[in-house]
Design a protein around this ligand. Structure first.
Ligand code: PBG
Length: 326
């Protein structure tokens, strides 16, 4: 009996040959580390469901950013937790706001580290929703756009290199682009959270950012997990409105969506390996059920293989260290 001629087994036998034929590589240059900065605290506050992750005061944040840069990680994704919240989320666009101050501090100490400012009102609103609430208690899409634009401009003014709207309001990318351009920030790109699913895996983040909705949930503005074609429509809308990079979030339950988005757009694609995905791995590793290094490097490589150019992960620092050691 004749077998098809393949020498794949031989190619896999030694590390140099395995490397030579590897299709997808995970590089430290692909990684983005999310960071939480909180106003009015003097010590880091650990996030219970995310071992190793803390809400940081400004001085600790600047040190952490230095470590991240020293590991060769090119970018951080910055989330702010203000001391005070209100109905509108006015802390989001305050010139001395927590993200604005943090951006200045990071850029002053690490000019080459890319600061991606997450743009959303949910950390700043007293009700915890990503937009203004209208009379009916529903999010008022159009009224929210103006506040997002204001926030984007104030983040860019503080020195943010990339603006990343994560609210999922319709029309936000176009509105933010126009506002940035009007203020002279034509070179500041937009990383659009285009395909953001209404996911159970954001649970630990909401503890970290203090952004759980006080009433209701986010299913009216975030996507239904059953929909993949809708993700392609959302991506197309954001591309048409001027997005420069596209995000799919979460990553692991949506690897197929990452692939379809990567095939459908020529823009760089980012995937967000979110808080709940991190928490799952951490819990299993703490119980001794998984080997953390192997599980994380496999996961992050799989996200790249699915089509992500950029991988946002709370494991970014660990991964950078492990990649250095291999
Ligand atoms: C919303 C936002 C969320 C995350 C990033 N930006 C949560 C949400 O929509 O409730 C989640 C990230 C994570 O879980 O790690 N501003």
């Amino acid at each position: 009996m004749a077998f098809p001629a393949t020498r794949m087994r031989r190619l896999r036998r030694t590390a140099p040959l395995r490397d030579l034929v590897r299709e997808t590589r995970l590089n430290v240059a692909d990684l983005v580390m999310p960071l939480f900065v909180e106003e009015g605290i003097s010590q880091p506050v650990p996030v219970e469901a995310m071992p190793g992750v803390s809400r940081l005061p400004l001085d600790a944040l600047a040190r952490e950013a230095g470590e991240i840069a020293a590991l060769g990680i090119p970018a951080v994704l910055l989330f702010g937790i203000p001391a005070d919240k209100d109905d509108e989320g006015s802390g989001a666009w305050a010139d001395q706001g927590v993200v604005q101050e943090a951006t200045r501090a990071i850029k002053a100490a690490n000019p080459q580290l890319i600061v991606i400012a997450d743009l959303c009102l949910c950390e700043y609103t007293s009700h915890g929703h990503c937009g203004l609430l209208g009379d009916e208690g529903a999010v008022d899409n159009d009224a929210t756009l103006e506040l997002l634009a204001r926030t984007a401009v104030s983040q860019a003014r503080a020195g943010a290199d990339v603006i990343a709207p994560s609210d999922m309001m319709d029309g936000r990318v176009g509105t933010i682009r126009a506002a940035l351009d009007d203020e002279g920030f034509t070179d500041v790109p937009i990383l659009a959270y285009s395909a953001k699913f209404a996911s159970a895996f954001y649970g630990p983040f909401r503890e970290a950012a203090g952004s759980s909705p006080a009433i209701g949930d986010r299913r009216s503005y975030q996507m239904d997990p059953g929909n993949a074609r809708e993700a392609l429509r959302e991506v197309q809308l954001d591309v048409d409105e001027g997005a420069d990079m596209i995000m799919v979030k979460p990553a692991l339950p949506y690897l197929d969506v990452i692939r379809r988005v990567a095939d459908a757009t020529s823009l760089p694609v980012a995937a967000y390996n979110v808080s709940g995905e991190y928490a799952m791995v951490k819990a299993a590793c703490a119980a001794g059920w998984l080997d953390e290094r192997a599980a994380v490097l496999e996961t992050l490589t799989a996200i790249r293989r699915a089509g992500a150019d950029i991988v946002i992960s709370y494991h970014a620092k660990d991964a950078a260290r492990w990649l250095q050691a291999t």
